[in-house]
Design a protein around this ligand. Sequence first.
Ligand code: XUL
Ligand code: CO
Length: 448
Amino acid sequence: MAEYFVGHKEYFPGIGKIRCEGPKSDNPLAFKFYNPDRKVGQKTMREHLRFAVAYWHSFGADGTDPFGAATHIHPWTSDARNPMEAYEHKLDAAFEFFTKLGVDFYCFHDRDLAPEGQTPIESERNLAHMVSLAHERQKATGVRLLWGTANLFSHPRYMNGAATNPEFGVVAHAAAQVKAAIDATIELGGQGYVFWGGREGYMSLLNTNLKREKDHLARFLTMARDYGRAHGFKGTFYIEPKPMEPMKHQYDFDVETVAGFLRAYGLDKDFRVNIEANHAELAGHDFQHELETAAALGIFGSVDANRGDPRNGWDTDQFPINVYDTTLAMLAILRAGGFTTGGLNFDAKIRRNSVDPADLFEAHIGGMDAFAAGLLAAQRIIEDGKFDAFVSQRYSSFDTGDGKRFEDGRMKFEELAALAPAGPDVGRTSGKQERLENLIMQYVLGVE
Ligand code: XUL
Ligand code: CO
């Protein structure tokens, strides 16, 4: 992979290509577990994990919070002579970062890449300009687009929703944005296109026609899908569930809700889910729960890899570091057959007081190591087969005889009722949770 910053201003001077130095390294700018070319089962780590950097958090966010102004002063913005040049420099900084870190993918919103214009046509022109530059940089470096999306939540016009807005004109505005963002994704060879409905929900039911809004959302998604397919988009459409924030209630609450919605409106063939760890937590679920639910429903697609803080109820978007969680996540992902068009996108941001350029590298290094270690542990769990053997045994009464006839639908309810066994010990089989938890600990701590 070419070192892209050559010939441009270097935005992360003093930081070179990040390499794997093994678990004992004390170099904060080295991988400890992520070794891209290491084979784990049939694939390399890089092929399994398909890491992506989120353009918005890494190059757009500036540390602003509801109580204070920006703390991250980006050189790629401050050295620009006009607004568009700032976006061009940001692109240079981003590709320098991708190549130094050694990730194969990135993800963006339309407005991360290019500024909004005075009219939809001007916005589209701005985006097209930046897309052509991004295309050149993709070709020069080999970095690819995991997915694109449209920001349908920041502009004030979307305060009452985008596709679910009670005013038709806003819905049309959202369509103009999504159309251009799908075009950009197609042009850049994006493997997916995400819909995150940040404002698709309500603040109060007193002013909301819930049924009409959901119908409009489905209508909008159907039209966008048809447009994408007609214009050559072969990738996966994803819905990213989130229960709330910024709205009090979002329609794409969690995986199960999204699955029901997709089926109700006949969208389940083209759409899968992009599951974010922090969103799972806000919905009151474990990350593993959302992944396994998606796999069970046949809609597992991609992951926004981050973590929340269990002590507070908002989307802190921190980098993932909990190897127990990443092990259970990778176990679910491997069992689902691994990623196809999806990957692990770090929808995560460094903290407001992380103001050194190296902090962005160290954050990603930690996230990549956490998932690499999780992958190693999960692969060993699968290869050893102890958990699978236990769970298979637990359900073995359905493998033959009456249990199998029940499972296959070859039994009447009366017959099932008549087969109720007598005796006090029926059902008194230990679930062995503690033994299994101890076993997980051995795999997690045995990573090498
Ligand atoms: C917001 C969020 C978004 C989506 C893309 O919580 O996760 O960044 O991932 O719009
Ligand atoms: Co996300």
